[in-house]
Design a protein around this ligand. Structure first.
Ligand code: GAR
Length: 209
């Protein structure tokens, strides 16, 4: 009986969680970008779907020329640019914006700045990142170039929690992509990016649905 009761509560909890995610109760999400913003675009399109647990309420960029900002502004998402030269001051401003907009999840999508330990602590377990390699291999920059140079047969992409160590937080999902002999860093990046666009929504579903 005890087990049955426990099962009942588990199902009830899951159901409530799901009901909670309909419409205005979706998880308020901020996306941080630095560049083109194709992952932002996929996350946005995903967020409009009924099955999506997230709603994108805020876009933050460290780069005023990021192409992704044109997209976020065209969708009327609050979009803010911060110059990260004075990181502590800027991060405090961002934290205020996150609070103001009741943000509960941060998705880094091609965000090329490193967040401080303090910032990450304040959003512990609620910041996720996409990285274009099969972590723990090829952390940091120029991943495709290094994978090709090392004659890797596969590369890929990883969605992981952000911890204070660069590209080292717990892995949520990963997908392999084959490297061909004729690949250049550019052709590989392009092929992996397509896979990234499928992986990011999948990781969010895995986490919250
Ligand atoms: C993506 O390939 C993403 O994985 C990578 O930057 C690209 C951004 O593309 N991120 C990193 O390298 C983070 N270290 P997008 O602006 O079109 O989404």
């Amino acid at each position: 009986n005890h087990i049955l009761l426990e099962k009942f509560w588990k199902i009830k909890k899951k159901l409530y969680w799901k009901i909670d995610l309909i419409g205005p109760n979706k998880i308020k999400t901020a996306v941080f970008i630095s560049g083109t913003g194709t992952n932002l675009k996929t996350l946005y399109n995903f967020s409009l779907k009924k099955k999506s647990p997230i709603k994108i309420e805020l876009v933050i960029s460290n780069n005023k020329n990021a192409k992704g900002l044109l997209f976020s502004k065209s969708k009327k998402i609050i979009s803010k640019v911060f110059n990260f030269k004075k990181r502590v001051i800027i991060e405090n401003k961002i934290l205020k914006d996150l609070e103001k907009n009741k943000i509960k999840l941060i998705c880094l999508a091609g965000f090329m700045k490193i967040l401080s330990r303090n910032f990450i602590r304040k959003f512990r377990g609620k910041i996720i990142n996409i990285h274009p390699s099969l972590l723990p291999k090829y952390k940091g920059l120029n991943t495709h170039q290094r994978a090709i140079k090392n004659n890797e047969k596969f590369s890929g992409c990883t969605i992981h929690f952000v911890s204070h160590k660069l590209d080292s937080g717990k892995i949520i999902l990963q997908k392999k992509v084959k490297i061909y002999k004729q690949d250049t860093p550019k052709s590989l990046a392009k092929r992996i990016l397509k896979v990234e666009h499928k992986l990011y929504p999948k990781a969010i579903i895995k986490l919250y649905c």
